[in-house]
Design a protein around this ligand. Structure first.
Ligand code: SF4
Length: 344
C-alpha cells in the first residue's frame, strides 16, 4: 500500500529531468544543487521524465532503462533524500498521461508551434525525425507533469521561465472552461528562480552532453584531471610568459564557481602577471572539482540497484496518490466519469 500523502504546510515544488544518461556538473549547478537546498523549505516532488525521452528518442528506446537508473543514482548522489522528497518515475504515475490527454483537448496547436525550442530542436536534431505528434505536444505533457501536483512553485533557471509560462497559460485556459463547485482546480504555478551559473565545458562552450564537453558527476579523479588538462584557456595566453585574464578564460569561470576565495585571488594575481602557468592553474581547478565530486561518488556507491528501484517504486506510489487527488477534481470539473486503476 502506498504511504498516505503527508499533508504539509510547506509550499509544494515540482521539477524533473529527462533520462538522457549520466548527469554532469552543468546539470548539477543548473538544477540539482538547488533542488537539494529546497528540500528543507518545501514539500518536494522530483521526477525522472522517461515519457519525455520518448518524444524525441521514440525510435530507439534501448537505453532508457539504463539511463533512468543513472539519473536516479545521480539524484541520490547529489543529495536528494527520499526521506524528505518524493523521488519518482513519470511513467509509473499513469495520471500524467491521462491529464496530458485531457489538457491536449484544450491546448491550441498554435501555442505549441510557437514554443521556441520546437523549431530549434527540429533544426538542431536533424538526425531525428521530430515531425511526430508527441514532440509537438511535449509542452502539454510538461504542463500535465506540473499541474497534476498543484504545486505553488516550479524551480527553474533564467532560461526556462518560458516553459512555466506556457504551463500557466494552459492552467488559465482550463480554469476558464471548467470549475469545481465554483472553484478553480489547477492553480497557476509560480516560477521559483534559482541561481544557476552556466558552466563552461572543456571546449569553452556551455557544458552540454550534445557538445561532448562535459565533466560527469561520476568521472573519477584521473579523468577529471585529464579533461581539465585539455580545457581551452584565455586565447591571449599563447606562451607561459603571456599575461591572461581569468574573466576571459573558461578555467577561470570554473574557479569562480568552485574554488575558495583564496585560490581565486591566486588565480587572478598569477594569471594577470604571468606568475603561474595554465597547467598549474588547471590543477587547482581540478582540486576544487574533485572536492565537490568525491562525496557524491561515495554516496552513489553506497546504493545498490535494487535499493534505487525500491526508492523509485515507493516514490511513484506516493506521487500517484497525490496525482489521483488532482485527477478526481479534474474529472469532476470536466464531467468525465473516468476512473483509473492506477491509483488502486
Ligand atoms: S592561468 Fe588559469 S585563468 Fe589564466 S588563462 Fe591560464 S587557465 Fe585560464
Amino acid at each position: 500500500m502506498p504511504e498516505p500523502v503527508i499533508a504539509s504546510s510547506r509550499p509544494r515544488v515540482l521539477s524533473g529531468m529527462r533520462p538522457t544518461g549520466k548527469l554532469h556538473l552543468g546539470n548539477y549547478m543548473g538544477a540539482l544543487a538547488n533542488w537539494v537546498k529546497l528540500q528543507d523549505q518545501y514539500e518536494c516532488y522530483f521526477f525522472i521524465a522517461d515519457l519525455h525521452a520518448l518524444t524525441s528518442d521514440y525510435a530507439d528506446p534501448s537505453r532508457i532503462t539504463e539511463n533512468i537508473l543513472d539519473v536516479a543514482l545521480d539524484y541520490l548522489a547529489a543529495g536528494l533524500d527520499p526521506a524528505r522528497s518524493v523521488l519518482f518515475l513519470q511513467s509509473k504515475v499513469l495520471q500524467h498521461a491521462e491529464l496530458n490527454l485531457l489538457l491536449g483537448m484544450i491546448t491550441p496547436v498554435g501555442w505549441l508551434e510557437r514554443v521556441p525550442t520546437y523549431k530549434d530542436q527540429q533544426k538542431n536534431l536533424s538526425n531525428k525525425d521530430l515531425s511526430n505528434f508527441g514532440f509537438l505536444g511535449y509542452p502539454v505533457l510538461m504542463a500535465s507533469d506540473i499541474l497534476i501536483y498543484q504545486p505553488k512553485f516550479v524551480p527553474v533557471g533564467n532560461d526556462q521561465t518560458a516553459h512555466v509560462e506556457l504551463t500557466r497559460e494552459v492552467a488559465r485556459r482550463f480554469n476558464q472552461f471548467y470549475k469545481l463547485n465554483g472553484e478553480e482546480v489547477l492553480p497557476e504555478p509560480q516560477v521559483l528562480l534559482t541561481p544557476s551559473p552556466t558552466l563552461p565545458g572543456t571546449d569553452g562552450r556551455k557544458m552540454s552532453k550534445s557538445y561532448g564537453n562535459t565533466i560527469q558527476l561520476t568521472d573519477p579523479e584521473p579523468e577529471v584531471r585529464k579533461k581539465l588538462k585539455t580545457m581551452v584557456t584565455d586565447p591571449a595566453r599563447v606562451r607561459r610568459t603571456d599575461v591572461g585574464d581569468p574573466d576571459k578564460c573558461p578555467v577561470g569561470d570554473l574557479h569562480k564557481v568552485f574554488s575558495s576565495p583564496e585560490t581565486l585571488a591566486k588565480v587572478y594575481e598569477g594569471c594577470r602577471s604571468a606568475g603561474i602557468g595554465c597547467i598549474e592553474c588547471k590543477g587547482w581547478a581540478a582540486d576544487a572539482l574533485v572536492q565537490v565530486l568525491a562525496p557524491m561518488q561515495e554516496r552513489r556507491a553506497s546504493y545498490t540497484v535494487p535499493q534505487v528501484m525500491e526508492i523509485l517504486e515507493d516514490g511513484s506510489n506516493r506521487a500517484r496518490v497525490r496525482a489521483e487527488q488532482t485527477m478526481q477534481q479534474v474529472r469532476s470539473a470536466m464531467q468525465m466519469p473516468m476512473t483509473t486503476t492506477a491509483a488502486k
